[in-house]
Design a protein around this ligand. Structure first.
Ligand code: PBG
Length: 309
């Protein structure tokens, strides 16, 4: 029997990540993530229209800029690839909730998540936070509903919130990557977004894999800084953090089912180890069971299609 295990699945709780780069007519498969594409703004908007028809109402946009420079010019202003995409989506696919990733790793040549202090190998937190706030403001001006700071810079949520408020964007919400661990599970994404660090690693600003209490503290800080949604990332290896955060704070909580988790499912399916639909259901059920209200997942589009059959 071919039962439809996704018939009653709450698709509204899913957020689908999308990659956008410069150009026109681009639909470029991402080799590290089977089934995922990089779009240009024009094809991205077509994709979002299709997602909307399928019932996916929330997308999270990642920019893959052509030019990288230490001031992160590609992240700012109304002409950035993300801002142009947001404008188009808002015009042509109204009703879809548009979230944008706020991080600098794809915009710098060194691939770290912020601005590096001159002559040093450390992030300049003040400059990083100011640049992140300007990036968030640009996305808000383009029409983003949510901005999602993921650089793990100290004070990023408060700085973004006050910049948005000061410019009349009280209605733009913040989904904070609050507990983001320095994880190997981001490997396939770094190829997709072309944002692997060119020296060192992200352990200076992302959480260590054993940092449970620190993770919960980071989540509390972001709630106090008035984030609208807090997030745990990755999801599967960190479900204990999801459980604890939900129990301790009872706050709107997202979990990011990241690229490495996705790639493992795809690899096993290809080898015939499991039924992909049932595997995806098992994984997403476990994330929901732990207490996540929202799940960011590359499986969202497949799920929406499966639910219809
Ligand atoms: C940017 C960012 C990363 C991911 C989301 N935002 C990569 C990283 O921190 O290295 C990873 C998402 C995924 O693996 O699916 N900082």
């Amino acid at each position: 029997m071919n039962e439809n295990v996704f018939r009653n699945y709450p698709i509204k709780n899913l957020i689908y990540p999308l990659f956008v780069r410069e150009g026109k007519g681009v639909r470029e498969p991402v080799p590290s993530m089977q089934g995922i594409m990089r779009f240009s703004p024009d094809t991205l908007v077509e994709e979002v229209k299709q997602l909307k028809r399928l019932g996916i109402e929330q997308v999270l946009i990642f920019g893959v800029p052509r030019k990288k420079d230490d001031a992160c010019a590609g992240a700012l202003g109304e002409d950035s690839v993300v801002s142009r995409s947001v404008q188009l989506i808002k015009k042509e696919a109204p009703g879809v909730i548009v979230m944008t990733d706020i991080c600098l790793c794809a915009y710098t040549q060194h691939g770290h998540c912020g601005i590096i202090r001159k002559g040093a190998r450390k992030l300049d937190n003040g400059k990083t936070v100011r640049t992140l706030a300007l990036m968030a403001l640009a996305h808000a001006q383009a029409g983003a509903d949510y901005v999602a700071p993921s650089a793990m810079a100290d004070g990023q949520v408060a700085a973004i919130r006050s910049t948005l408020d000061a410019h009349g964007f009280r209605g733009v919400s913040v989904m904070a990557y609050s507990a983001k661990f320095a994880s190997l599970f981001y490997g396939p994404f770094r190829r997709a977004a072309d944002c692997a660090p060119q020296f060192g690693d992200r352990s200076g600003y992302q959480l260590g894999i054993a940092d449970r209490e620190k993770a919960l503290l980071k989540i509390r800080e972001d709630i106090e800084a008035k984030a609208d949604i807090v997030m745990v990332k990755p999801a599967l290896g960190y479900l204990d953090i999801v459980v604890a955060a939900k129990k301790r704070y009872g706050y709107p909580l997202a979990a990011y089912n990241v690229s490495g988790e996705y790639a493992m499912v795809k690899a096993g399916s290809k080898l015939g180890y499991w039924d992909e639909k049932k595997m995806v259901l098992e994984i997403l059920s476990s994330i929901h069971r732990a207490g996540a209200d929202l799940i960011i997942t590359y499986h969202a589009k497949d799920i929406a299609k499966w639910a219809r059959k």
